[in-house]
Design a protein around this ligand. Sequence first.
Ligand SMILES: *[C@@H]1O[C@H](CO)[C@@H](O)[C@H](O)[C@H]1NC(C)=O
Ligand SMILES: *[C@@H]1O[C@H](CO)[C@@H](O)[C@H](O)[C@H]1NC(C)=O
Ligand SMILES: *[C@@H]1O[C@H](CO)[C@@H](O)[C@H](O)[C@H]1NC(C)=O
Ligand SMILES: *[C@@H]1O[C@H](CO)[C@@H](O)[C@H](O)[C@H]1NC(C)=O
Ligand SMILES: *[C@@H]1O[C@H](CO)[C@@H](O)[C@H](O)[C@H]1NC(C)=O
Length: 509
Amino acid sequence: MAFGRCFRSFERMDISISNTRLLLWLFLILSRSESVYANSIVDIDAHEMQSLLTLKEILQLQGDIWQENRNPCSSWLGIACEDGHVVSVSLFSMKYQAVGPSQNGSLMLEKAVQTLSTMSFLRSFNATGFEFRGQLPDSLGKLGKLNALDLTGTALYGSLPASFKLLSRLNFLSLAKNNLTGSISPFVEGFYNLQYIDLSCNSFTSLLPFTLFFKASQLMYVDLSHNGFEGVIPPFMGNLVNLRHLALGHNFLQGSLPLNHLKWPHLEYLDISNNNLQGPIADSISQLKSLSYLNLAHNYFTGSIPSAISSCTKLQTLILDRNLLTDKLPLSMITLKNLVVLSLSSNNLSGRIPSKIFTLPRLTTLVLSHNLFFGMLPLNELKPALIQVFDISYNFLEGDIPESLFPVEKIMKNCFQGAPTQHSPKACKQFYRRIGISWQETQPRSGSSTGNNTFTWLVQGHTRKNKRLLVILGCAAGGAFVLVIAGFCALCNERHKAGFWGNHSHMIH
Ligand SMILES: *[C@@H]1O[C@H](CO)[C@@H](O)[C@H](O)[C@H]1NC(C)=O
Ligand SMILES: *[C@@H]1O[C@H](CO)[C@@H](O)[C@H](O)[C@H]1NC(C)=O
Ligand SMILES: *[C@@H]1O[C@H](CO)[C@@H](O)[C@H](O)[C@H]1NC(C)=O
Ligand SMILES: *[C@@H]1O[C@H](CO)[C@@H](O)[C@H](O)[C@H]1NC(C)=O
Ligand SMILES: *[C@@H]1O[C@H](CO)[C@@H](O)[C@H](O)[C@H]1NC(C)=O
C-alpha cells in the first residue's frame, strides 16, 4: 500500500524537515510576548501536580521518568512551566510499559486528554512518536486553549471528532504519519491562527480545506501530501502571502495550477507531484522569486517549459519528470546558476540540449532520459567531475561518444555511433528524416580513434566508472611507456645505424 512507502520515504526526509520545523517553531515562540519554555523555580500548583501524577499513571510511562518527589517544573522530562503552571507537555522519546493487544489506546488517549484539560495554562501538547494506537476522543475539544498540538506518528486511526473544530487557537498542528481518514474541511476551517499545518501521510479524503486557505493568512508551512485529497488547487490560495513551504504531492488533485493568482513572494518549497494536474506551466511562474525547490513530476502538464522560469534564480531543484511537456528547453535555463538537480525524464521534450546546461556550476544530477532530444552532445562543454547522477538514455542523440567511459544503461537507446544498445539505424534515420535533418550511419570507428584521449568522464562515487577510469589511465600510462621505449630505441638507432632495430627506426622517422 502507498502508506507504507510514504512512511519510509518520510523517515529519510526527517532530518531536513525537522530542521525546517524547528526553525518555524522557534519563530513562533519568539514572535509571542511570553517565553513559554522558561522553567520556573516557583512551586507547582497543587492541582496541576495531581494532574501530572494522574497523567503519568494513565500513560504508564516506561522507566523512572517522572519522579514524584521532584518538582516537575524543574526536573521532569518534557514538562515546562511558567509561574508554577504547566504550559507545555511533551512525551517525545517516551514509551509506555510493555502492553499487549488488550491495550485500549482510544481509552488511554481519552483519559489523557481529560487530564490535560484540567491544566488551564497548558499551551502545547507534543506526543510525537508516542504510539497510542487509537482514535481521537471527542473530548479533544476541551483542549481549546492549545496553541500547539503535535501528534506526529502516534498510530491514530479513524476520523477527526466533531469537537476538533474547537481547537481554533492552534498555530501549530501536526497529525502527520498516522492513519486518519475522512474529511478535514469541516474541522479546520476556522483555524485562522494557523502558521504550521502538517497532515501528511494519512488517508484523508475529499476536498482541500478551502476556507482555511482563504482566510488563514499567517500560514507559512502546509504539508497535506500523501493523502487522498481531490478537487482543485483554489486560486485564492494566493492570499497566503506568508507561505514558505507547500507540499500537496501524492494526492488526486485535478485542474490546472493557477499560477496567475499564486504570487507567493516567500515560497521556497513547492511540491505538487503525483497528482492529476494538467494544462500549461504559465509564464507567471516567474513571480515565485524565492523558490528553491519545485517538483511538478508525474502529472499531465503540457506545453513547453516556460522561458520565464529563468526568473526563479534561486532554484536548486527542478523536477518535471513524467508529464506531457514538449518543445525545446528554453535557452534561458542556463541562467539558473544555482541548479543542483535537473530532472526532466519521460516527457516529449526535443531539440538540441543547450550546451551550457552541462556547465552549470553546481549541477550534480542531470536526468534527460525518455525524451526526443537529438543532435550531438557538446562533449567539450561537459564539466562532468561534479555530476553524480547522469542519464540521457532513450533519446535520439547522435555522434561519437566515448562509450567506454559511460555506463551503458545511461546512454542506451540513442543514435550514438559505435556504442552498444542504440536505436536501430532505421529508427534513427526515420527520426532524423521526420525533423528534416539527414542522418548518416557512419562506419564503426577504427582502432586508432577509439575516443578522445583528452576527454575524461569522471563521475564521483561511481566505483564501476572509477574502475573504468583506472583501466583507461592504465592504458594511457602503458601507451606513454611504449612511446618512451620507442623514442629511446630511435635514439639508440641514431647512434648505432646498424642492428636489429634498424628497419623499425625508418618507420619511426
Ligand atoms: C476502547 O475505549 C473506547 C472508549 O474510549 C470504547 O468506546 C471502546 O469500546 C473500547 N474498545 C475496546 C476494545 O475495549
Ligand atoms: C515535538 O517534538 C518533536 C521531537 O522533539 C519536535 O521535532 C517537534 O518540533 C515538537 N513539536 C512542537 C510543536 O514543538
Ligand atoms: C489504515 O487503515 C486501513 C483501514 O482503516 C487499514 O486497512 C490499513 O491497514 C491501515 N494502515 C496502517 C498502516 O495502519
Ligand atoms: C510523444 O512523442 C511520441 C513520438 O513522437 C508520440 O508517439 C507520442 O504520442 C507523444 N506523446 C505526447 C504525449 O505528446
Ligand atoms: C578532442 O581532442 C581535441 C584536441 O586533441 C580537442 O580540441 C577536442 O575538444 C576534443 N574533443 C572532445 C570531445 O573532447
